[in-house]
Write a protein that binds this ligand. Structure first.
Ligand code: 2AM
Ligand code: CA
Ligand code: CA
Ligand code: CA
Length: 269
């Protein structure tokens, strides 16, 4: 696909994301229909489904040969990223959407034969769109994001992670994670993987670490973080498989090796 076509798809995707966000904002105080999925804390609402359906219809009408990989079941059943694939999370941070009515995002990554070409993360309530086209830089609304700082040290880093890392888990020894939490300047937990990627891209967090995410949680974030010189792997430093679930570590490369080598690998169970 040439750059003119990609630019057109980007503009189209952006206008749909803004439209879907506007709909969500309009209905934000309406009563919610909430169901649970894999466990009582794994929530889904009618708004998650309606938003995904909105994108699926638009994409299938406009680009009948494009494929969709998405969370709520309106996408295609695909087992490869051949062709053009829209990887969609209609609401990332559903628990925040339900309980807080803020701190959630629409996340869309567009991949061409497995290569992330476009990323869009829309913080709906704040009306802030993080976006990127591969090799063209990343933006926060209309403002170009600078490359990540080259001077950040682990002692001055802010790391996004949730508290399950400090509980008994099957990946890394709790004691090692406690050492990591003490080593860095601070930690944050926002409850939306897409927003945490956006904050790493913005340089207001230096890394974000998670045990298990799906492709739609990270597809847009990977593209956007990449454009500011950030890097994303699994927690062992290995390449992600964008068609499966992965552990994920996205960060400023200046703290990547020390966190992986001295903590995540050293403490591995
Ligand atoms: P979601 O809101 O789209 O489900 C919450 O810490 C982050 O993890 C959110 O980005 C959330 O995405 C994601 N997540 C992935 N799998 C989840 C699960 N089984 N239950 C809750 N959140 C999950
Ligand atoms: Ca979910
Ligand atoms: Ca998600
Ligand atoms: Ca979701």
């Amino acid at each position: 696909m040439n750059t003119v076509e990609l630019d057109k798809i980007f503009d189209q995707a952006k206008s749909w994301v803004l439209e879907a966000g506007e709909t969500i904002r309009t209905k934000i105080n309406d009563p919610l229909t909430i169901n649970t999925k894999s466990n009582p804390n794994d929530l889904v609402t009618e708004m998650d489904k309606e938003t995904e359906l909105f994108f699926a219809k638009k994409i299938k009408d406009t680009y009948p040969d494009h494929l969709i990989l998405s969370e709520e079941g309106f996408g295609d059943d695909i087992d490869s990223l051949n062709g053009t694939v829209w990887i969609i999370d209609p609401i990332d941070g559903t628990m925040n959407f339900v309980h807080q009515k803020r701190n959630f995002a629409i996340s869309i990554g567009i991949y061409q034969d497995g290569v992330g070409e476009i990323g869009l993360i829309y913080n709906v309530i704040e009306d802030v769109l993080y976006s990127a086209i591969r090799n063209k830089g990343a933006y926060k609304n209309e403002e170009k994001l600078p490359l990540l700082s080259e001077s950040v040290k682990i002692e001055e880093a802010i790391l996004g992670l949730n508290h399950f890392w400090l509980c008994e888990n099957r990946l890394v020894r709790e004691q090692t994670m406690q050492q990591l939490v003490r080593k860095v300047r601070g930690t944050r937990t926002y409850g939306s993987a897409a927003l945490e990627f956006a904050y790493v891209a913005e340089g207001i967090m230096d890394g974000y670490l998670t045990m298990r995410l799906s492709p739609w949680d990270i597809a847009a974030g990977v593209v956007i973080v990449n454009e500011v010189g950030g890097t994303t792997t699994d927690i062992n430093g290995d390449e992600l498989n964008m068609i499966k679930n992965n552990s994920v570590f996205t960060c400023n490369p200046r703290v990547q090796h020390i966190i992986i080598d001295d903590y995540l690998r050293k403490g591995r169970k």
